[in-house]
Design a protein around this ligand. Structure first.
Ligand code: NAI
Length: 339
C-alpha cells in the first residue's frame, strides 16, 4: 500500500534534482503516492501566491513533504518560503547529519556530526525595523518554550541514536539573555531527564575554529537558528560540500525533508547539480515513514538506496562538484544501476 507524501520541486536546480531523486525512489520500489504542489518562484510564475494555500493544505493533510530548494530574493522582496513553511507547521528542529561518504576524499575522514538547528526563533523571526533613516534593527527572539523543546528533541535524538554528547554552540558571553536562554534550558533538560547523554557547551567563534581543525571531536551540535544555518554549511564543507548533506525539519506532528543547499541559480537548468543531498533527504523521509507509520517497506527502500549511492560513489561515479564528470541524471542512472 502506498503512502501519501507532498512533493515540492522548488526553484532553480530543484526540478532537476527532484526528477533524479524520484527516479531513484521509484526504481528502489518506494511506494510513495506523490501529491505535487508548488512553492516559491515556481508558484508565482504559475500565477499563485509564493506559498499557495493548496500547498499548505496538502502538508496539513498528509503530514510529510519532500521539498526542493526555493529561491529567496536578497535584501528585498518576499519573505523566505522556507522560513514561512517552518513557521507554519512549527517545524522547530532542523536536523542535518554530516558524514564522510565513500569515494569522496576530503581533509578529514572521520566526520560524523549531526547539526540540530532551532528552526523557528532567533533572528529568523523576521522582526526588522527602521528606527530612523540610517538606523535599522533586527530582533533576536528566544523563548523558554522554544529553547526547551529543541533541547529536549536534541537529547532525545542523541539517546535514541546512541550518540555520546550534545554540544551547544553559543555566544552567551555577549548575548547573555537570548543565547543564555538556550544554554540554561539545555542544561535543565539535560540535568532533569538526560543525564545519561553527555552535555557540553562551546563559544561559537572558537568552536568553529575547532571544527575546521579537528571535526572528530564533535558529535551532536545544538544551535540557535542563524548559527545553525551557518555552521551547517561549514560542516558540509568538511565532507565534500553542499551537494552531499541532507536535512529534515521536524515538528511534533509533521516533517519536511530538504537538502541543506539552496536553488543554485548559477548552475540551474544545465544538468550539473548533484542530486545526492536531496536523495539523502528522501532516504531520511523513508526512514521517518517507517519510524512513525510502521511503513517497513520504506525502510527497506531506504537501505537499498543508501547502499546503491555508496556503491556508485565508491566506483567513482560522481557529479562535478565532487570532482567527477557525471550530470544530474547520469548520477541518478549510476545509482539505479547499483540498486
Ligand atoms: P546555494 O546553496 O544555492 O549555492 C551555493 C553554491 O553551492 C553555488 O555555487 C551552487 O552552485 C553550489 N551548489 C548548491 N547546491 C548544489 C548541488 N546540489 N550540486 C552542486 N552544486 C551545488 O546557495 P546560494 O547561492 O546562497 O542561494 C541561492 C538561493 O537559494 C537563494 O535564493 C537562497 O535564498 C536560496 N536558499 C534556499 C534554501 C532552501 O530552499 N532550503 C537554502 C539555502 C538557500
Amino acid at each position: 500500500m502506498s503512502t501519501n507524501a507532498v512533493l515540492i520541486p522548488g526553484d532553480g536546480i530543484g526540478p532537476e534534482i527532484t526528477a533524479a531523486t524520484l527516479r531513484v525512489l521509484e526504481a528502489a520500489g518506494a511506494e510513495i503516492n506523490w501529491i505535487e504542489r508548488l512553492a516559491g518562484v515556481a508558484a508565482m510564475d504559475a500565477g499563485d501566491d509564493v506559498l499557495p494555500q493548496s500547498t499548505l493544505d496538502a502538508i496539513t493533510k498528509h503530514g510529510v513533504a519532500l521539498k526542493g530548494p526555493c529561491t529567496t530574493p536578497v535584501g528585498k522582496g518576499f519573505r523566505s518560503v522556507n522560513v514561512q513553511l517552518r513557521k507554519a507547521f512549527d517545524l522547530y528542529a532542523a536536523v542535518r547529519p554530516v558524514r564522510n561518504l565513500p569515494g569522496i576524499t576530503t581533509r578529514f575522514q572521520d566526520v560524523d556530526i549531526v547539526v540540530i538547528r532551532e528552526n523557528t526563533e532567533g533572528l529568523y523571526s523576521g522582526v526588522e525595523n527602521e528606527i530612523t533613516p540610517g538606523v535599522v534593527t533586527s530582533m533576536k527572539v528566544a523563548t523558554e518554550k522554544g529553547c526547551t523543546r529543541v533541547a529536549r528533541w536534541a537529547f532525545d535524538y542523541a539517546r535514541k541514536r546512541g550518540r555520546k554528547t550534545v554540544t551547544v554552540f553559543h555566544k552567551a558571553n555577549i548575548m547573555k539573555l537570548t543565547d543564555g536562554m538556550l544554554l540554561r534550558c539545555a542544561e535543565d533538560v539535560h540535568d532533569q531527564d538526560f543525564s545519561d547523554v553527555g552535555y557540553d557547551t562551546a563559544i561559537i567563534d572558537a568552536a568553529c575554529m575547532r571544527l575546521v581543525q579537528d571535526p572528530s571531536q564533535f558529535d551532536v551540535l545544538l544551535l540557535e537558528n542563524l548559527y545553525g544555518d551557518v555552521v551547517s554549511d561549514l560542516c558540509a564543507g568538511l565532507v565534500g560540500g553542499l551537494g552531499v548533506v541532507p536535512g529534515a525539519n521536524f515538528g511534533d506532528e509533521r516533517a519536511i525533508f530538504e537538502a541543506v543547499h539552496g536553488s543554485a541559480p548559477d548552475i540551474a537548468g544545465q544538468n550539473l547539480a548533484n542530486p545526492l543531498a536531496l536523495l539523502m533527504s528522501a532516504v531520511m523521509m523513508l526512514n521517518y515513514l517507517a519510524d512513525t507509520r510502521g511503513d517497513e517497506p520504506s525502510r527497506l527502500s531506504a537501505q537499498r538506496i543508501k547502499a546503491a549511492y555508496d556503491a556508485a560513489l565508491t566506483d567513482g561515479k560522481k557529479t562535478r562538484d565532487l570532482g567527477g564528470e557525471l550530470g544530474t541524471s547520469e548520477f541518478a542512472d549510476a545509482v539505479i544501476e547499483r540498486l
